[in-house]
Design a protein. Structure first.
Length: 389
């Protein structure tokens, strides 16, 4: 068995660059930007009023004056107004250009209306309430670097810059092949010795939450002839093939041998971890196969720990190391294995939970992710946290 870090490195290095593709701004959420986005103009493009109130010359305030006549209104969406008399003020709205002759905005909350005049109750600092031109970016500045994950704020920047089409990392074609004679579809009524399939729903949701999708799913019985036929079929189109089950050491675990017969070269089989010890990875040319253990928690945990960050790296995403978390109760270290421990947030803090085994789903379903605890750590300690979404 190899350590977790080495297994991840081998998977990451096996994945190719999947290229780029243009994507409409409206469809780009979650995608990885593959070329820098630069400011089309200064941001903001003018000295912008940040709140409703009055625009004033701070020098008049500094001279001790507190009551000012209101000379007019400067609304948002109109050309820049001008404060002709520094002994007066202009009423301004959020988003309006700061009137010429004014340098400070006094918010409505600090004003008292007196007919056609206002009394300023609290003298602000000079420049308060003003978002200065180019304080965010100057024209030509890089505002989104290549590798940015296009979350809502990044998409807002792209929209501000008029980037209606974005060059993003192409998503690979991912196929899923589940296996096992004991598994039936979710809409079937299982017999006493059968279970309903959970892998397709869980893995599809996990991938979708990180901007990917499973293009095709097939289920194979434990019969090696049929399994080989379905693996060969899946390899005809998949760039990444996920397989669940059939990777352990039992007599019905045929997946590693059959993949070898189909020309898939193994990179590792077995990782010093719990759950998910039988994890297998290989490649055929630019195709990559990740064979996950059949137990539901093992499969989901391994896909989150290995596949999601490896895909990010292959697609050029900027590194986002997992946050470090200290649970309320330090878990006991395992002397030789890394352990992945489901974690949930409570009113007191982070609490790890103990599922009865790696086939259990109901307890982990109430968690937000899992901790990665290295072998032989010394509590108390901080651990990387991998969120399910």
């Amino acid at each position: 068995m190899i350590p977790v870090a080495e297994a991840f490195a081998r998977l990451r290095d096996a994945l190719p660059d999947f290229g780029t593709e243009p994507v409409a701004l409206s469809d780009a959420v979650g995608r990885i930007l593959r070329e820098p986005l630069r400011a089309e103009r200064d941001a903001p493009p003018f000295d912008r009023v940040m709140l409703d109130g009055v625009a004033v010359s701070h020098a008049a305030l500094a001279a001790g004056r507190s009551r000012f006549p209101v000379a007019g209104l400067a609304p948002a969406g109109q050309p820049r107004a001008r404060l002709l008399d520094p002994q007066s003020v202009l009423e301004v709205m959020t988003g309006a250009p700061l009137p010429e002759g004014a340098d400070t905005v006094v918010p409505v909350e600090d004003l008292e209306r007196e007919g056609d005049a206002v009394r300023i109750l609290d003298v602000p600092e000079k420049g308060q309430g003003v978002h200065r031109r180019a304080s965010d970016a100057r024209v030509g500045d890089e505002v989104l670097p290549s590798g940015t994950r296009l979350r809502p704020a990044a998409l807002a920047v792209a929209a501000t810059e008029g980037a209606l089409t974005l060059q993003t990392a192409r998503r690979p074609v991912i196929s899923l092949l589940t296996s096992g004679d004991e598994v039936v579809p979710p809409d079937a009524q299982p017999l006493d010795h059968q279970i309903r399939a959970s892998h397709p729903a869980a893995l599809a949701a996990l991938l979708r939450g990180f901007g990917h999708c499973i293009s095709r799913h097939r289920h194979a019985p434990d019969d090696p002839v049929l399994l080989k036929a379905l693996l060969a079929e899946a390899l005809e189109s998949a760039e990444i093939l996920l397989v669940t089950g059939g990777v352990s050491k039992g007599s019905a675990d045929h997946v590693p041998r059959i993949l070898g017969e189909l020309g898939v070269r193994g990179h590792f089989h077995g990782v010093a971890q719990r759950p998910g010890k039988p994890l297998w990875c290989g490649s055929r040319g630019k195709q990559v196969v990740l064979a996950l253990p059949g137990n539901p928690l093992s499969a989901l945990t391994c896909a989150r720990r290995y596949l999601i960050p490896a895909l990010d790296a292959a697609m050029g995403a900027l590194p986002e190391p997992p946050p470090l978390v200290r649970p309320l109760t330090p878990p006991a270290p395992h002397p030789t294995l890394a352990t992945f421990r489901p974690l949930r947030v409570t009113s007191e803090g982070w609490e790890w939970v103990i599922p009865p085994n790696s086939g259990a789903l109901h307890v982990p379903a109430l968690t937000q992710g899992f901790l990665e605890c290295p072998p032989g750590f010394s509590p108390p300690d901080l651990f990387p946290f991998y969120a399910w979404t």
